[in-house]
Design a protein around this ligand. Sequence first.
Ligand code: G6P
Ligand code: MG
Length: 219
Amino acid sequence: YPQAVIFDLDGVITDSAEHHFLAWQQLGQELSIPFDRQFNETLKGVNRMDSLERILSLGQANDRYSETEKTALAEKKNRYYVESIQHLTPQDVLPGIIDLLKDLRQNKIKIAMASASKNAQFVSERLEVDHYFDHIVDAATVEKSKPHPEVFLKAATAVGVAPTDCVGIEDAAAGVEAIKSAGMRAIAIGDADILNAADLVLTDTSKLSLTTLSGVFSK
Ligand code: G6P
Ligand code: MG
């Protein structure tokens, strides 16, 4: 077994990746920079300001706004997002996640969260999963966005486990890259074509179990 399992939040524990997409899409429309789900794949796991820059560069609009205006745009997206997550409940936790968290606890395997979202604590509380976690990295303390491994390494350090003894679970290509650069095993949830850098790709969270985790670990 791994000694620690490090979870991404948005798109792994709950479907909030969809809420992020809709909020960015709304802002994009207002800026006359429409984009589709395929482009959204490149935003997953990427922090707020970096996501904005990617959207602006899609519309070749990076130079159109001052830093102050960019901050205001990012805040606007966040208001859309925060509004849309107010009604999250424990029922919004994706299939198989609670059983896995319970199994990990029972087996005394450390549990951490490595999300790029500054709303991670709030979402975890709404879902009532926060108490399962030995550590939730505060995104405000992370300098480099995924695919940089910083957030995963911070999580491992916080629970006192070497990266080689950790498994990371992600739904984003940037997140899988971050896990692999951190020297950890990666399990991805989603499309195998997009997430092929992972050690194992599962179509959805219901396939997650202690067995699938130890399988990837014993490789
Ligand atoms: C996660 C999501 C991204 C989101 C980022 C920042 O990584 O996958 O879609 O943009 O967090 O979230 P925040 O809530 O801080 O704007
Ligand atoms: Mg994610």
